[in-house]
Design a protein around this ligand. Sequence first.
Ligand SMILES: Nc1nc2c(ncn2[C@@H]2O[C@H](COP(=O)(O)OP(=O)(O)O)[C@@H](O)[C@H]2O)c(=O)[nH]1
Ligand SMILES: [Mg+2]
Length: 314
Amino acid sequence: MNILMVGHSRSGKTSFMAGMYKNLGDDTSGYGIRAKNATQKQHLQKMANQLSHGKYPAGTDVQQMYNFELTCLGEDIIPFNWMDYRGGILLSDDPDDEDMGKFLEAIQTADALVVFLDGEKLSDKSGRWTMEYDILLSCIESSLDINHQSWFPICFVITKCDLLPDGSKFYGLNRFQTLFNQISNSKKVGAMLVQCIINSEFYFTPFLALAYCIYGGTPIYVQKRLKAMENAASRAKQHRPETLIGWLAAGTEQLLSGAASIIDCGWETTLDKAEAANWDYEKEQKQLEKLQIISEELKEKLDQWATDNIVTFF
Ligand SMILES: Nc1nc2c(ncn2[C@@H]2O[C@H](COP(=O)(O)OP(=O)(O)O)[C@@H](O)[C@H]2O)c(=O)[nH]1
Ligand SMILES: [Mg+2]
């Protein structure tokens, strides 16, 4: 599944990912994430390590996509791509229709969205940042019309909350109220709002956002897996000889392949294929059951966080 991060430059997207990896990277004692690409893994480990020493990741302006697997007790649960959107629309003061088109295309292929709002800017009373919010707002507002295959989760993350004095107010959020109302009245999308701190001591919030995205994106993923299972089932059927002649032919083939295996030329027989397809089917089924249990568990966690006022849903 594809999780897309959007937010202006320096809003805290890369730091958030570094925090997520510091918290969950290769954790086998509960939930964890595993980077599937060795180079990316090295890079993430370095960023997490630097964060432990109070150093934030260096800024880059290259579009990035990280491939992860969500794990539970070290076992693979669901693969996800974590993408950092850097289209022109969030870089320019005067975005055009083409920029908007590209942005909407990116959202179309996403199964969940994480929107980054700089807490320092949101709590600034001066109104200096309204242009920045307005671009982001119009992007997300336009994306609400997209027909996703299933209910679409949007997670709003207010970053850098450790930099705010006690009792700070997010004046900038007033501009988001109409959008939030639209989301809360829509049956196609839902949202979660969470305040976030990433530094050497606090790096737990990314898990909350990830839980919401995974929980929300699971139904589409399950649909895709069911399709894969159907394919496996039809492959098993295709390769299973149904008539006596078929069984005899398959048996002969099996014998021949036995001979072939002695000379080790790796001949895959019809029965081997059926067995492999059956195995795929069972594997898919087990994986799906596991994912459903995890998804319910994540839902319970999310409800608890809402009860504890750590997150807000609308
Ligand atoms: N104090 C504090 N600073 C943060 C936090 N998140 C990001 N920053 C700062 O914001 C800068 C930009 O963040 P970065 O993750 O690179 O933003 P990106 O451009 O959206 O990827 C970092 O270099 C940090 O200085 C946070 O939670 N707390
Ligand atoms: Mg970055």
